[in-house]
Design a protein. Sequence first.
Length: 450
Amino acid sequence: MAITKIHPIKTTLDLSIDYICDSEKTDEQILIYSYKCGYKTAALQFANTKENMNSQAKNLGRHLIQSFMPDEVSPAIAHQIGQELCEQHLKGKYEYVMTTHVDRGHIHNHIIFNNVSFIDGKAYISNKLSYHQIRNQSDELCKQHGLSVITDKSKSKFNGVSYKEYQERKSGNSYKAKLQYAIDSAIKRSKDWDDFLEILKNDGFEIKPGKHISFRGINQERFTRSKTIGPDYTESGIKERIDKRLHGKLIHTNKQRNSSKVVDIKSNKLASESIGFARWLKLQNLKNIAKTWQSISQNDISNIDSFYSYIAKVHDDFIAVQGELKNVELQIQEAAEMIKDMDTYKKYKSIYTGYQNSTDKDAYLRIHESKIILFEAASEALDTANKKPTTEALSTHKRRIHALNLKANKIKINLNEQKIKVSEVNQLKSNLETYLANNELHLNNNTLSF
């Protein structure tokens, strides 16, 4: 499981990048990755992009943090997930530096990216929708790599959930979860808004009206704004649900529920409080495990060992295709970096020549320092690669990028197919293990049977 948060960088971009690249935090700078920039000159390159695009954006960059549960992921996998998140969310439009920190109890990724796109000059738009997208992408990547995710979809549609809230929900101590259950129950019993409030009062909740109505349960220290649970729990959302229930159009607060998922009845709060609901869940589980069994049988799987071997093969196939795509994308990036270095070299060559010929180098450097640093970095990269910034070389690299992009697109089609397979087998695995844990499915000589 990974928790994400993002905030703007308005000043001291260079200090922020220096911090996330600290050698003690990044395993001697092994866990550093940069895109379309060098991590040592990233702040200058961000500024250069903003200047070239004539952008008036106030923010210098964005800082995204992705934190993993303790002991759940290795540094290498966390670093890979961070890169994949950058690729999915930033879509190759923004320069960024991504590092993985291993100096604390939990591994976490730091991603600092340019606030201005080097493709179209548009500033990154950070809002509830973009954060929701980040969180979903992070969750999906965690699932693909076999990590846990927050499965409580009834939480706020946009706001993230802290580790503390997540653990409290799991243990049944979350005030938000209790309020959510109380509101859902009161809606089913109320005939209007006033009746709903009266029911909650009788259930032991204090009510504080205002722009955002708040509730406080028994032994709860502070009031909780119901809107923090989700859009269906705002005052307007609750009134709408009451109205729709009375008119026979009850809406489901959990629209994302997967009807084919086997539920752990033992740990389900509602099942423990309602015999009828537990009986209904058991019936649903029987139907869903039957579907699971049918899917497993279609792949000529007859026992647990062959089932897990099949899962491992699907994951290995996915990782192999993913690695193939990574290799092609790395080649594309290297060619693109070479083109960028050649452009930078040609653009600032005259300034650097002026610096070399200047009689007052200190004064000249004060005026053109950032451009001189960028030129020297580009020149060093070209020397290392033994490349010259010629027109012919530029054309060769552009043709190579075009061919590699065509190859990458074909691999992506295959990768999407493999991704679907991974999701399917993960669901089958979850269903089977949940059912086994509930002692409703039995093993005879390692063979599955009802």
